[in-house]
Ligand binder design. Structure first.
Ligand code: GLV
Length: 328
């Protein structure tokens, strides 16, 4: 719970993702009553090293809206009340030097739907054999690939929170069987729920496609490793749209080479951008996309963030607030 924060002259500092235009416009439209100051990447870096024009406004900053913002700069805003992140994952604000203010994650249905569309796009491509028809087109072949019923194809969602449940519902709407793995399980009778590490092997063994939406936490780092890949179906498709460090990349490539897993679609990698010399780029069973599964759409995100700022102004709890004990 965050106490009421009221002062007309105070400022919201907006530090958009480098190169992202239009945020100030979207936020001003969503929060006409607030003073919003745009902070460039250069300014944030200068301020973090104790220089720059932001020194004048440091004491006015109550809220920071950002994808990233340097820890030393955040720690130097004496009246900072909360950080509102322009994405769902907030691990970039966790670590030594960050102030102990609430970190509010972005829970935007637009993003969850984009992520569901991304995951289903790739799964359907391979389940229905559209990779095969694409190759056939080059040689003018008319040769329909076969596929089974969606209801007999299980899409397993690894990390069944706000985004995972939208993916599950979207897959069900297309007739797929859905299973889910989470820390605590669930009680939707239409979903085959699995809870905790002791049920992870069962979850992996039952999934034709695994959509990984896990955040990066102490409990999830490298959770998909050599042992876990051996528990997967040999033709399973892994789609990683959570965080790259939840997967051991060397173990993944070894598992693909050994036939423990069918293929992998990686929208996130342990190091981003994926280094040019990474063997993942050219692995024949790996598709790489540059962290685009769920883009933050400014207009929709600005509405969600504005609603949280109004809650904070009214002394109500924003949501979802990052929980350091859970790690997300
Ligand atoms: C993207 O990865 C996000 O966390 O929103």
């Amino acid at each position: 719970m965050v106490g009421p924060v009221q002062s007309a002259s105070m400022t919201i500092l907006l530090h958009p993702w480098l190169g992202e235009e239009g945020w100030l416009h979207a936020l001003t439209a969503a929060l006409p009553e607030e003073t919003i100051r745009l902070c460039s990447d250069g300014e944030a870096k200068a301020w973090a090293s104790g220089q720059g024009p932001l020194a004048d406004v440091a004491a006015d900053v109550e809220f920071v809206i950002a994808w990233r913002h340097p820890a030393p700069a955040l720690a130097a805003y004496p009246n900072l009340q909360a950080i509102l992140v322009t994405g769902a994952g907030v691990n970039q604000f966790v670590g030594p030097g960050f102030p102990a203010v609430p970190i509010i994650r972005l829970k935007d249905p637009t993003m969850a739907h984009e992520m569901a569309a991304y995951a289903l796009h790739w799964i359907i491509r391979y389940q229905r054999g559209f990779d095969v028809t694409a190759a056939q087109q080059a040689t003018r072949q008319w040769s329909p690939p076969r596929h089974g019923m969606a209801s007999e194809f299980t899409i397993g969602v690894l990390g069944f929170g706000e985004i995972g449940s939208v993916i599950g519902r979207s897959a069900q709407a297309l007739g797929y069987a859905v299973s889910a793995w989470s820390r605590t399980g669930g009680n939707d009778p239409t979903i085959n729920h699995h809870a905790g590490l002791e049920e992870l092997a069962d979850f992996l063994a039952g999934a034709d496609a695994i959509v990984n939406v896990l955040p990066s936490t102490d409990a999830t780092r490298q959770i998909l490793n050599a042992d876990r890949f051996r528990q997967c179906r040999p033709d399973a498709i892994l789609v990683n749209i959570g965080r790259g460090d939840t997967v051991s990349e060397p173990d993944l490539m070894a598992a693909l080479d050994a036939g423990y897993l069918g293929r992998a679609v990686l929208d996130v990698t342990a190091v981003e951008p994926l280094p040019a010399d990474s063997p993942l780029w050219s692995h024949p069973l790996v598709d790489i996309t540059p962290h685009v599964a769920g883009m933050t759409q400014k207009r929709s995100a600005a509405e969600v963030i504005a609603a949280n700022i109004r809650r904070l102004r009214a002394g109500q709890s924003p949501f979802p607030v990052f929980d350091p004990a859970r790690g997300y």
